[in-house]
Structures are given as C-alpha cells and as structure tokens.
Design a protein around this ligand. Structure first.
Ligand SMILES: NC(=O)c1ccc[n+]([C@@H]2O[C@H](COP(=O)([O-])OP(=O)(O)OC[C@H]3O[C@@H](n4cnc5c(N)ncnc54)[C@H](OP(=O)(O)O)[C@@H]3O)[C@@H](O)[C@H]2O)c1
Length: 323
C-alpha cells in the first residue's frame, strides 16, 4: 500500500527529512511499502549493520556514540523508531542488550529530538503492563512490566516522556507483517503437526504492521499533542482463538495442512511456561487514538478496523505466496 497523494503532500510539508530506524523489521518493512512514493532524498531507512550492497545508512543502536553522530550528520526533522530489541524470552538473559536498544538508544533519540525540535515517533508494547486488570488498559494506567523486555520498553517510554521532545509513543500488540510472528509460526506448525496446544487465557489484539505504518503516518501528517497512544485495532482475542482463525482461513484458501481446527487444544498459560512471563490481559483501549482522528474533519482517511478481517487478508496472502 503506498501513501495517498494528500497524505504524502502534508507529510512532505511538515517533514523534509525523515529517518526510519529498523529498516528490516516487520514495521520497518511496512514503512518501506507505505512510503514507497516518497523520494529517496527526504526519507532514509536505517538498518543495523552493513548489507551486501554496502548500504551507507546503517547504525547499530547498541553504540550510543555512533547513534549520536548519525543523528548529527543526518539532521532529520522526523525520527520514526521502528527498531527494537524484540526477543522477549531471550531478553531475560540479555538484559544489557535489551536496555541498550530499547532504553539508552531511545533516550539518545529523545535528547536529540528535544535539542533540535525534531519530532519523534516511537513504538512501545502491551508488555509494559502486568495484565492483572480485567478491562482494556488505558494510556494512563500504571506500568508494571513482568519481563525484562517489558521493563526495557517501559524505560524507553520514560526517557521520551521526561525529555522535552515533541513525540508520540504508539503502544501496540501482537504485531504481524513481513517477518517472524505468531501467525507464520502457526501456519508452519500446521503443516508439520496434526495436534497443537495453544494458550487460551491470554487476551490481546493482533495488529497488522501495514495498518500500523499507515495509521502512524496519517497521525503525524497533521499537528498532534505529545503523548502515549494505544495503536491497536478494535476487538480482542486469545492466542488459541487466533490460531483457530489462522488455520481455518488457510484451509479455506486451499492450503494443505496436517492440522484441523478441531485438533487445536486450548491450554492455560501454566501449561506452556516461557522464560519471560506474559501478561494475561494485553487488551489496550484505542479510544484516545480514535478521538484524534474523529477531531480531524478534513484530510484524514484513517480508520481503526476490527482485527479479524486484516488477519484473514494476511493469511490468504501468505497462502497465495505459498507460505
Ligand atoms: N512484534 C510484536 O508482536 C510487537 C508487539 C508489541 C510491540 N512491538 C513493538 O513494535 C515495534 C516494531 O516491532 P517489529 O515487530 O517490527 O520488530 P522486529 O520485526 O523484531 O524488528 C526490529 C528491528 O529492530 C532492529 N534492531 C534490533 N537491534 C538493533 C540494533 N542494535 N541496531 C539497529 N537496529 C536494531 C532489527 O534489526 P535486524 O533486522 O538487523 O535484526 C529489526 O529490523 C517495536 O518497538 C516493538 O517493541 C512489537
């Protein structure tokens, strides 16, 4: 999906030089697709390290000095930080790496943004919450991460909020796009196994990276108030229900699978222990983000749909591509 002409125009008007960190991540790739109509002079996608074609736009976020120098050299007026340390379980044993990328690097971006009046768009996670609340989480709810990953994302948020930068933090959940994710894992396992046991007591909202990139750009294309916004589609599900939707959709689309929906067994989290504990409730209320778009009468085509049609579309695409 490429950017609409009017959105592209207003983005260009507001931001002449855009940096997107996390070029090869799920969200980074979605930004590449969405921003494909932009000229290469005013938008730069930054990968972690040198690529085969010797891409000059690389920066290892674990190297604070390199990041500072990179920002000074590029002089952006918008930073989109789609990069993160996202290995939730591995983070339990790699606290320093997780904090270096998710907190220290983010602090450097925020300080640069504050000093230079650069806008910072950053992404955070449902894992900043402990999941003990029954209702969907609000932006103002207390952060109580259960894991190192969650704590590192919370520290990144705090660094931005305490800076004087103009920023938006989009908290999101259960992201899927061009990269490794739960839906792709289920499709792979469904080809290999006749039985599968999936956790059914963790609730959340699957979020398409393509949609998240699109709504992010729509959001920043017009003036906005600094703050945290929950950026998730409508509705909710469990990992178990999501797995059922994925398998049924793939079968309906003609995929050859060993697994049938009836052979997916719902299990409690305690029967699937992971190094990093997950919140049982990952639901986040998106009313604040919705209100922003409702307040914009002209020039906004943003919509916040239910999660399910986007998952169905994604699975059909994967099946079509032979995944
Ligand atoms: N995935 C989810 O389910 C989920 C849920 C809630 C929130 N989020 C948040 O959403 C955002 C986007 O997530 P995603 O799913 O797109 O993540 P992703 O696919 O794991 O991509 C992360 C990107 O960060 C880059 N990165 C990691 N360490 C780096 C370093 N030291 N220097 C430079 N770049 C580095 C990675 O580079 P390489 O390509 O070189 O590895 C990768 O391109 C993140 O802030 C994440 O915390 C994600």
């Amino acid at each position: 999906m490429s950017l609409s002409m009017s959105l592209s125009k207003s983005l260009r008007k507001s931001f002449s030089k855009i940096l997107v960190f996390g070029k090869n991540g799920q969200l980074g790739r979605a930004f590449q697709n969405t921003l494909s109509s932009h000229s290469q002079q005013d938008i730069i996608f930054i990968a972690r390290g040198a690529e085969k074609n010797e891409d000059p736009n690389t920066c290892d976020l674990e190297n604070p000095l390199a990041l500072e120098q990179f920002l000074k050299k590029q002089q952006p007026n918008l930073i989109i930080n789609a990069a993160a340390y996202t290995a939730v379980d591995r983070a339990e044993a790699e606290k320093e790496h997780a904090f270096a990328i998710n907190a220290t690097a983010v602090q450097i971006m925020a300080e640069y943004a504050a000093q230079t009046k650069t806008t910072l768009l950053h992404y955070s996670s449902d894992y900043v919450f402990d999941g003990k609340k029954a209702a969907p989480y609000l932006e103002t709810d207390l952060l109580a991460p259960l894991s190192i990953y969650g704590a590192s994302k919370a520290a990144g948020e705090a660094a931005i909020i305490s800076s004087a930068a103009h920023y938006a933090i989009f908290r999101t959940s259960w992201v899927y796009g061009d990269g490794a994710n739960f839906i792709r894992t289920i499709l792979r396992l469904a080809k290999e196994r006749e039985q599968l046991a999936i956790v059914s007591d963790q609730f959340g909202v699957p979020t398409s990276a393509a949609w998240l990139a699109q709504i992010s750009l729509d959001f920043i294309a017009q003036p906005f108030q600094s703050g945290v916004y929950h950026a998730v589609p409508d509705g909710e599900t469990t990992w178990y229900q999501l797995a059922c939707v994925v398998v049924q959709t793939a079968l309906d689309a003609g995929a050859t699978l060993k697994l049938q929906v009836a052979n997916i067994q719902p299990i409690p989290s305690k029967d699937y222990p992971t190094p990093a504990p997950r919140p049982n409730n990952s639901k986040m209320a998106n009313a604040k983000l919705k209100a922003v778009f409702q307040g914009r009468s002209v020039g906004s085509s943003a919509s916040i749909p239910h999660w399910q049609p986007a998952v169905v579309h994604y699975v059909r695409q994967l099946v079509k591509q032979g995944n």
